[in-house]
Design a protein around this ligand. Structure first.
Ligand code: APR
Ligand code: PHB
Length: 390
């Protein structure tokens, strides 16, 4: 088989890139290790910047997102028993975010791909990129016990943090920057009305908590906990008790609880690979970088990578210029590092770090008080939260 762009991974990065290419008449094939249902079973974040919303529209997959997604003009920061609204809309001169689960976004993109005849090969085992340093790269994979080969012009590594693309690069050609955190987020999904119509990020002596949602009848809640915790040891009652303790009294009193249908513990990590291009192989989204979820930037960074790479590939095919391709890595990394900075800052401001002691705690309190009392500080938070320009 031959295609123009072989895409490894059918997450948001691969699907979004694939759809934009298909719409532009650029042939592409998506290779995915697991099944479609498995991809759709993953629970991930759900706050979209306007740039991400715009890309979904450009892909032609934005209809349900606009009908069912929840536009948010602000969120609350809770600490020291109170809560303070960050008015995103006013602070940014009219920008907002859209709350729409990544699972739904993925479902919409898969539907659009099917509708437009895009080729996706699910349950493709042993996917391997080859010869991307030369002019004739190709990808091999196994399906139903047979090995297949796809010749292509470019390979887009959209296969997430644990994917094969980044690992296929020669070790001395890549530099990796990493920070791991000594805690994770224990998250639950439950069909109960959200405690507030906007998100609440809470700093509390017992640890961070986040009240989020998927719809007016589906809530997503998280509490910071040590990585050594076992999900099995967290009954729903224990989770609700812990969450209630970390919220201001008036919020805790309003909290509606009920049986959860998903509960998982996710580690927090910051990671960046440099560069994001190796000859004819590109790293896109989580394959090239990870942010801790505190700023809700993971999916949005995947979208900005796709924006840069799609523009570069379109320029290559339609205008016969390689300038965009040459600029991809530097452009994407400049935005990635700003989001890494913001996510690191938001994580360190809102979580409990035992090792930082009483001094660190006081600095954190001062940071939060400054944040909600200074227009300049609130504006900086808001500007980053809604998403920096592409
Ligand atoms: N071969 C083929 N596919 C693979 C391989 C492989 N060797 N390894 C991983 N994959 C697939 C995964 O099964 C997954 O479906 O690549 C896909 C990668 O998708 P994501 O992990 O969702 O990454 P990405 O598309 O970049 O989306 C970034 O996802 O992890 C969140 O916070 C992140 O919201 C952000 C978004
Ligand atoms: C979520 O709804 O899952 C979510 C929202 C905001 C975040 C992280 C996760 O910062």
């Amino acid at each position: 088989m031959r295609t123009q762009v072989a895409i490894i991974g059918s997450g948001p990065s691969g699907l979004l890139l694939g759809q934009l290419l298909t719409n532009a008449g650029i042939d592409n094939v998506i290779l995915e290790r697991v099944s479609k249902d498995y991809v759709l079973g993953r629970v991930r974040a759900g706050v979209l910047e306007e740039g991400t919303v715009g890309l979904m529209d450009e892909a032609g997959a934005g209809k349900r997102m606009h009908a069912e997604g929840l536009p948010h003009d602000g969120f609350d920061l809770a600490f020291d028993g109170g809560h303070h609204r960050i008015n995103l809309f006013e602070l940014t001169g009219g920008k907002r975010v859209m709350v729409y689960g990544q699972t739904e976004l993925t479902r919409d993109l898969m539907g659009k791909r099917e509708q437009t005849g895009g080729v996706s090969i699910y349950e493709a085992a042993n996917v391997r990129p080859h010869d991307f340093d030369g002019a004739q790269p190709y990808v091999t994979y196994e399906k139903d016990g047979t090995e297949h080969r796809i010749d292509c012009d470019f390979i887009a590594g959209c296969d997430g943090f644990h994917g094969v693309s980044r690992k296929s690069v020669q070790r001395d050609a890549i530099t990796e920057f990493q920070r791991e955190y000594p805690f994770g987020w224990l998250g639950v999904l439950a069909d109960i009305p959200p405690v507030s119509h906007e998100l609440i990020y809470a700093n509390h002596p017992r640890g961070f908590a986040l009240c989020s949602m998927r719809s007016p009848t589906r809530s997503r809640y998280y509490v910071q906990c040590p990585l050594t915790e076992k999900v099995e040891n967290w009954s729903d009652d224990r989770f609700w008790d812990e969450l209630r303790q970390r919220l201001p009294d008036d919020v805790a009193e309003r909290l509606v609880t009920g049986p959860s249908f998903e509960k998982s513990l996710a580690p927090l990590r910051s990671f960046v690979a440099e560069p994001l291009r190796f000859g004819r192989l590109f790293l896109v989204g989580d394959a090239g970088h990870i942010v801790p979820p505190t700023g809700a930037k993971g999916l949005n960074l995947a979208a900005s990578d796709v924006r840069y790479l799609f523009d570069a590939l379109r320029e290559y095919y339609l205008e016969k210029s390689g300038a965009g391709i040459d600029a991809y890595s530097a452009k994407a990394l400049a935005r990635v590092w700003k989001a890494e900075r913001f996510s690191t800052w938001m994580t360190s401001t809102l979580h409990r770090f035992d090792e930082q002691g009483a001094f660190g705690q006081r600095i954190q309190e001062a940071e939060l008080n400054y944040l909600v009392s200074s227009q300049a500080a609130s504006t900086s938070l808001a500007e980053n939260y809604v998403g920096l320009p592409y």
